[in-house]
Design a protein around this ligand. Structure first.
Ligand code: ADP
Ligand code: ZN
Length: 659
């Protein structure tokens, strides 16, 4: 008999706890179920890790009740939980908690399962593939037929038909009676891709939403565990409890949305590869601009690489021109549109075509500065300038949402006038209204898509051509497939170039390439204009030529020289406290202690102030670890920081492979 349950909790504790199982529950408790148990002064939900016959502890407390009628962590999922906790420096309980949505509740009545999906008819036929797609598909099917784990990078230019490959690979998985998980960066932004999967697979597709109703979630949880199906969803869908996983697709694998910012700070791509390895599944990493890490890995093993060099129907890539904004410096009212871009926009408006304008910055003006004393209006809580939003007539903090009303006179010197500088999407939109009063103009950014449905509505308005010119942030650079767009303008390619981040070149190249990829997707050819003050930067040059290889060659050389990923692994530690001096002293003591513990092979940088040294009145300081392998790092960090992950009373956040 095993009257004792070993339980772990969603807490930063590296240990489990024993509880007595009440006689009434003896037959219903299994490993992998959630239970409610007394913990300290309250009750907590924990996961049953094992059932044991005795415990060294004398007076055990009783389990209060069982949460689930089935094991929500099936046996085959345990190795992934262990991997997560070791790799991302979290406890087993924290790892299990991320694999099971806290809102998952099964009703006590058994749910009527829908009939086996096999009998349902599938919707539209697959497209017949072009020769490049065919070659790629053969490689994918071959890998899947072996039933062994393999990762394949699907590098294909924009509109080369990658999604069609994912659809057919998923369909092959179903024919093998295996499941497929399709990860997309964000459901709202890639509604088109979701639609294509729903149309192709009908009842056998399940869309994994974070906002699903409790009932719907429990139903689909059971269905996934019982019948092979296709799950489409964002990051957390990588943990979908599907039976017999055969395929994981990561669409736009370079996207930062795949990295979770809360604990455990996992990357869905790396979790997918780890999960596939346990179970013998194939992983497809798809992108027009693969991450440097994935490309480097794929090049080392050529079996895992397919390339689609051409657009569907051999449509040409759009022609890209770079406008050197330095030539316009000193001219009046320059800063938004160059004469060249203005003229091309005029043509689009005159011909009744569609155009898109990218500026990856929200708001109207980015800096409010006193003409007299030079003081910049800043957030009271964060170390960042406030941004002027014209639609609500407020100065806004983009980090904590602090608001204040704009002032004409400087609050510091009480004499100088405040000047607004630096533009955002609102400013571009108002400039378009001024230049093209007859055009139908819309803006898509986080401010105009606050309502749940607003993204979909804007998208429909563009699709049905009620909108002629669309202005937006990176939101409009991704996934949209509007065949009538003939002009894409990048108002400033430089917004991300000068950030203190070694990935700024890669980010800029990705954004420009993806944005350029929105033009000329239909029969009419497309044109792209990139405005920049750094026309010779390699990321901008390579993007203008649609030349990933050129970008990669420059980038990988820099990474090799500086020992940055993929030539090393990084762990970022962030210390945070309301007291500036406590953060600083804890950070330097921690850095010193770690320097003593990691001798060879692990390089320690810092402490350095965080990129935003104060956020919501909390001061932050960083320590960066650089190592060829992460193996020796996690155990040391867990030991030094102990339970609660603090150092001298200051909270330490650990981010493995930070983005
Ligand atoms: P990507 O995912 O590479 O951006 P998509 O799969 O979205 O490309 O393909 C671009 C467009 O081409 C889509 O409208 C898609 O339906 C169409 N398409 C893809 N493959 C084929 C094919 N073999 N024959 C005809 N049209 C195709
Ligand atoms: Zn703020």
């Amino acid at each position: 008999m095993f009257p004792i349950a070993e339980v772990v909790f969603n807490l930063p504790l590296e240990r489990s706890f024993h509880y007595l199982i009440p006689a009434a529950l003896e037959n219903s408790i299994q490993r992998g179920m959630r239970v409610l148990a007394p913990f300290g002064k309250r009750e907590r939900i924990g996961f049953v890790v094992s059932l044991v016959s005795k415990s060294p502890i004398q007076q055990l407390k009783l389990i209060r009740r069982v949460i689930d009628p089935i094991a929500v962590i099936a046996d085959e999922r345990w190795p992934l939980a262990v991997w997560l906790s070791e790799y991302y420096c979290c406890s087993l309980g924290e790892a299990l908690a991320v694999m099971v949505p806290s809102a998952l509740r099964f009703s006590s009545k058994p749910v009527l399962l829908p009939e086996s999906a096999e009998s349902l008819v599938l919707a539209p036929e697959p497209l017949s593939l072009n020769p490049h797609q065919k070659q790629a598909m053969e490689k994918i099917v071959y890998a899947m037929s072996k039933g062994r784990s393999q990762t394949i990078l699907v590098h294909g230019v924009t509109a080369s038909g990658k999604t069609e490959l994912y659809l057919q690979a998923a369909s092959y998985a179903l024919s093998q009676k295996r499941s497929a998980i399709i990860l997309i960066p964000e459901i709202a932004l890639t509604a088109q891709t979701v639609d294509r999967f729903c149309k192709r697979f009908g009842e056998r597709v399940m869309v994994w939403h974070s906002r699903m109703s409790i009932r719907a979630r429990a139903d689909s949880w059971r269905r996934m565990m019982e019948n092979p199906c296709v799950v489409v969803g964002a990051r957390s869908a990588v943990f979908a409890p599907v039976t017999r996983l055969g395929l994981v697709v990561i669409d736009e694998e370079h996207e930062t949305a795949y990295k979770q910012q809360d604990l455990p700070r996992y990357h869905a791509r790396d979790v997918a590869v780890a999960r596939a390895r346990e179970i013998g599944a194939v992983v497809l990493l798809g992108s027009a601009t693969p991450s440097v890490e994935s490309y480097y890995a794929a090049k080392k093993r050529s079996a895992g690489f397919v390339y689609l060099p051409q657009r569907i129907f051999e449509r040409p890539m759009p022609e890209v021109e770079i406008v050197d904004m330095r030539l316009h410096l000193g001219q009046r009212r320059i800063g938004v549109l160059s004469p060249r871009l203005e003229r091309l926009l005029q043509q689009v408006v005159d011909r009744g075509e569609q155009g898109m304008l990218l500026l990856n910055r929200r708001g109207f003006a980015r800096v409010a500065q006193c003409k007299g004393c030079g003081a910049v209006t800043r957030c009271a809580r964060c170390a960042v300038p406030l941004i002027f939003h014209a639609d609500r007539q407020q100065m806004l903090c983009h980090y904590c949402n602090f608001q204040s009303s704009p002032k004409a006179l400087c609050e510091q010197c009480k004499k100088g006038y405040v000047l607004l500088r630096g533009m955002g999407t609102e400013r571009v939109e108002s400039e378009l209204h001024r230049l093209f009063p007859q055009a139908a103009i819309a803006r898509m950014d986080r401010d105009t898509t606050l309502r749940k449905e607003s993204h979909r509505e804007l998208y429909e308005a563009v699709r049905t051509r009620q909108v002629g010119l669309l202005v937006g942030t990176q939101m409009i650079a991704k996934g949209l497939d509007f065949p009538e767009v003939t002009l894409v303008g990048v108002v400033s390619a430089d917004t991300g170039l000068n950030l203190p981040d070694f990935r700024s070149g890669e980010r800029t190249f990705d954004l420009l390439t993806q944005m350029a990829g929105r033009a000329g997707r239909g029969p009419s050819p497309g044109r792209v204009v990139i405005q920049t003050y750094c026309p010779h930067h390699y990321a901008i040059q390579a993007a203008a030529k649609h030349d990933y290889e050129k970008f990669y060659a420059e980038e990988i050389q820099m990474r090799r020289q500086l020992h940055l990923p993929p030539f090393s692994r990084l762990v970022e530690m962030t210390l945070a406290s309301q007291s500036k001096s406590r953060v600083e002293s804890a950070a330097s003591r921690l850095a010193e202690e770690l320097r003593g513990l990691f001798k060879r092979g692990v390089h320690l940088l810092g402490p350095v102030p965080h990129r935003i040294p104060r956020l919501r009145k909390v001061y932050r300081s960083c320590i960066l670890l650089k190592s060829i392998t992460l193996k020796p790092v996690a155990p040391v960090l867990k030991r030094v920081l102990g339970p609660n992950r603090t150092y001298h009373g200051v909270h330490v956040r650990i981010d493995v492979d930070p983005l």
